[in-house]
Design a protein around this ligand. Structure first.
Ligand code: PLP
Length: 356
């Protein structure tokens, strides 16, 4: 019996993608070779890279004004690579402090220009997504973290501003439609919602590149990777391949809008049970609740370990909350089925019957 995987990241992948990946490790494209042992410049792998780019373009309706890049270094590298490429020392960028990842992005950006933190929910342990702030017109960009993986909040309404947005979408990429024209840059570590660890997707507006005064090392310039089609150096071949398979699965299952409908249904099912069940509660501002990472707690913390092992026996794994907030977290990314969420809900109800 396979498990229902609620881990936050690296995280669940579609079974179909895993099956195809398994085959490609043994024999890729009937080449008689593994995908792990062929040149990234072979025509078979170049076709993978081209298809991965085409899928991003199709899923988000991205035109040639934007480059699609597959980079290394994780989302954490983008925390500095973005300001390094976009922000001059005498310019100002706005940031929202909405969680641990956002605050790390702020810390790195400060090395490259003036950073104006427009709002922060830190004082309330990041339990809501700030909305009450003004966006000065002179900002070079406004940096957002669309989904706060650790705390379980998500931005559901994009800010009403003409300032270009830069967004860390690591944990909700391809989970809903986005107003692409508002963005100068989107980045996402693959290992939450689009693939395995090891590759980071970057979607960046071409017209804004190579405009800053500082020297940028060749490999840290977005334009280098754009010119070389993400093959300036050896790209993370296998993570790109599995991401391609995952995007193929998203497309086959109706694209990002159908993902969104499914994600809403899954999240509703789970939040309704948390709100109904007498043993559990969620302390996130209702309208900011994440559709991807559902954080919740037990009124009696003494029952937590028991519940986690009870759930594991029923094949629900990965529910322990992040060490910084404790409690529980169910990550219900695109690849999690409604059936998996139902299994968790049934487990919670059963635990209540036995322990209330
Ligand atoms: C996981 C995560 C990161 C860090 O990603 P790495 O690829 O490990 O650097 C950054 N931002 C968000 C929103 C995340 O969920």
């Amino acid at each position: 019996m396979s498990k229902y995987n609620f881990y936050a990241g690296p995280a669940i992948l579609p079974q179909e993608a895993l099956d195809q990946a398994k085959q490609a490790v043994i024999d890729f494209d009937n080449m008689g070779l593994s995908i792990l042992e062929i040149s990234h410049r072979s025509k078979n792998f170049v076709a993978v890279m081209d298809r991965a780019e085409a899928l991003v373009r199709e899923l988000y309706n991205v035109n040639d004004e934007y480059a699609i890049l597959f980079l290394s270094g994780g989302a954490s590298t983008q925390f500095f690579m973005a300001p390094m490429n976009l922000l001059n020392e005498n310019e100002t960028a706005g940031y929202l402090d909405t969680g641990t990842w956002a605050s790390k992005a702020i810390k790195e950006a400060k090395a490259f220009g003036n950073i104006d933190v427009l709002a922060s929910s830190k004082e309330e342990n990041y339990c809501y997504y700030p909305k009450d702030y003004a966006v000065p017109n002179n900002l070079k960009y406004l940096h957002l973290t669309s989904n706060n993986t650790i705390y379980g909040t998500q931005l559901h309404v994009w800010p009403d501003t003409d300032v270009p947005l830069v967004c860390d979408m690591s944990s909700d990429i391809f989970s809903c439609e986005i107003p692409l024209e508002k963005f100068d840059l989107i980045y996402a570590g693959a290992q939450k919602n689009m693939g395995p660890a090891g590759v980071t997707l970057v979607i960046v507006k071409r017209g804004i590149l190579d405009k800053v005064d500082r020297y940028i090392p060749t490999i840290l310039r977005y334009s280098t990777h754009d010119e070389k089609k993400s093959m300036y150096n050896t790209p993370p071949v296998f993570p790109i391949y599995v991401s391609m398979l995952t995007m193929e699965w998203i497309l086959k299952n109706g694209g990002v809008n159908d993902m969104y409908e499914r994600n809403k249904a899954k999240a509703n099912l789970l939040y309704n049970e948390i709100d109904r069940n007498t043993l559990f509660y969620n302390n996130i501002n209702r309208e900011d609740r994440s559709l991807m990472n559902v954080t919740f707690h037990m009124h009696n913390e003494g029952q937590l370990a028991d519940f986690i092992s009870f759930a594991e026996k029923r094949n629900c794994v990965g529910l322990k909350g992040h060490r910084s907030i404790g409690g529980l977290r169910a990550s219900i990314y695109n690849a999690m089925s409604l059936e998996g969420v139902q299994a968790l809900v049934d487990t919670m109800a059963e635990f209540e019957k036995q322990n209330a």
